[in-house]
Design a protein around this ligand. Sequence first.
Ligand SMILES: *[C@@H]1O[C@H](CO)[C@@H](O)[C@H](O)[C@H]1NC(C)=O
Length: 688
Amino acid sequence: MRVLISLCILVSISAASVNGVTDPTDVSALKIMFSSLNSPSQLAGWNSNGDDPCGQSWQGVTCSGSAVTELKIPSLGLTGSMGYQLDGLKSLTNLDISGNSLGGNIPYQLPQNLQRLNLASNSFSGGIPYSISQMGSLKYLNLSHNQLQGQLGDMFGQLPNLNSLDFSFNTLAGDLPESFGSLTSLNSMYMENNQLTGSIDVLKDLPLQNLNVANNQFSGWVPEKLKSINPQIDGNQWSSGPAPPPPPGSPSSGTRSNRNHNSGNNNSPSDGGNGKKSSIGGGGVAGIVISILVVGAIVAFFLLKKRSKRQSSDVENSYDDRPFTAFASNEVKESKPVLPSFTVVPPKPIETPIPVVSLRPPPIDRKKSFDEDDFSNKPIVVKKVNRATIKATAYSVADLQMATTSFSPDNLIGDGTIGRVYRAQFGDGKVLAVKKVNASALRNLSSEDFMEVVSNVSQLHHSNIAELVGYCCEHGQYLLVYEFYRNGSLHDYLHLSDEYGNPLKWNTRVKVALGTARALEYLHEGCSSSVVHKNFKSANILLDSELDPHVSECGLASFISKADYEALEQNSSSGYGAPEVALSGQYTLQSDVYSFGVVMLELLTGRKPFDSSRPRSEQSLVRWVAPQLHDIDALTKMVDPALEGLYHAKSLSRFADVIALCVQPEPEFRPPMSEVVQALVRLVQQEN
Ligand SMILES: *[C@@H]1O[C@H](CO)[C@@H](O)[C@H](O)[C@H]1NC(C)=O
């Protein structure tokens, strides 16, 4: 027996000294991490040749048996990235890399059984990886103080143990996802200093004790239930006036008072509800039932109207939907199940406030309707633009003059509807693009209007949108400063480069289509109020040194007067305008989709949308190509000869299928940009 035991000990010791006691998958994950961190000397014991983090007690590593259970390496001045194999750490419950200088995206491959994940105070950019949605044991998540951006995905539906969530001090945008409502253990939530929009209603039933949503762009009303925990809410765009009644048919919360429809209509959202329960007799009940039916009917009407127009279509429409959104913000997006739930509203009269007031929420401070002169994209107008919210640098005219050698023609790189664009080189060597806004574009606009546009545009952040970095509003000069993209516009690249230049390869064309589709998807569906581009064309797609596309002139539609637009459209040389725009002058999300389809046609054929040098039947690209998009033989004849046949026929015909959807004459049949993006993503995947 004794011999046997000592034999066992001997075997295990020799095994340890040869292979280490640490699980090889864990070893491999840590070694890849070590080299991704640029093999830092400050990590004592770590060693790219070592193979036993547990046995050799690598700094910050805690093990249980042969498995790594904790990895805590905060504030060590680490750089680089986390490595791409952390999902191999199957037993890891605590990962703390906070307070370092790690950059790049947070990898998708994360340990799936974490209880604590702390990546705070690094330089991570990009989005929040969806793999976090699979971490069912997660209790603590801290991603604060990074440069995370984009919208929060709907990825919080299965994190029932999450207790503490900190996303503060990033540049996250978009509305709070519905799945936040499923965080049934959430005690503390820190979202301050982001660019989040929409209402925070989805948080109202969470067991929160601490909530900070300060310095975002939230709007709507702070739910009564949350007011009792004294949330930090400053620096948002809360609606003033009384909150609207809850959606009919939804279980209204007991704390909601009937102050919604009392006579005083100037309650600030911050004064607490003086919760008085209405006690109503039989006649009242009947009245309420009738009111509910009436409201139901009106809501159903709005829904039907909305549906018949398919997707929330144009800006006009989304404004129409606004009052309705205030009632049923959640339901509005899912089309199918909504209607029945309203028609069978169970009469729950006592708790449901009587919506006797108009269906509209307190008047939105909006200038004019969409098709009037001001052409404002944003229905909600912030009157006094708070310059502190502008996330772009203020330049002086002198700065910009110096950088462009007094706007010398040598530096002219573009001439658009809104103004000329100059290449600007600054003292520190940085090169940017300066757009000098035409006086004519500003005819009706005050400097306050200009600053409002700057403020709105400075909040658009997307890797496929030309980034506004600065502005200048001085001495009657209005200038916008953008990132500079080395390869110029797609228009010039396709149509002006000489024959022996470097034609875009098929894969690059698909990449450009997908990138710009994502940009439009973001403008249409990712922003709190949809932004219609109105001037989407290949000249407004800029290519960087990697030939990745960046859409320009986003959010600048208000600089183009209606007359200019009419000139643009009547002037048949454009070729981008949807047929209904020529008829009605109405720009909508769907007219952008059409223009996008035309740009895809340009990518496919290498031709301009309108080319008077061609035979008459081929002058208008859409008219010439659209009828043949499903004919593969015809397609191969129309495809850009510069491709020299280097493309997959399958890919080409799928590309053509997407175009066919986008350039349909009936706006209501064109797909929303999110569907276009999905179709193009599938195309890319199949290609690979
Ligand atoms: C998240 O990390 C930051 C930076 O280290 C820290 O200030 C903050 O308190 C943390 N949040 C929570 C909820 O622990």
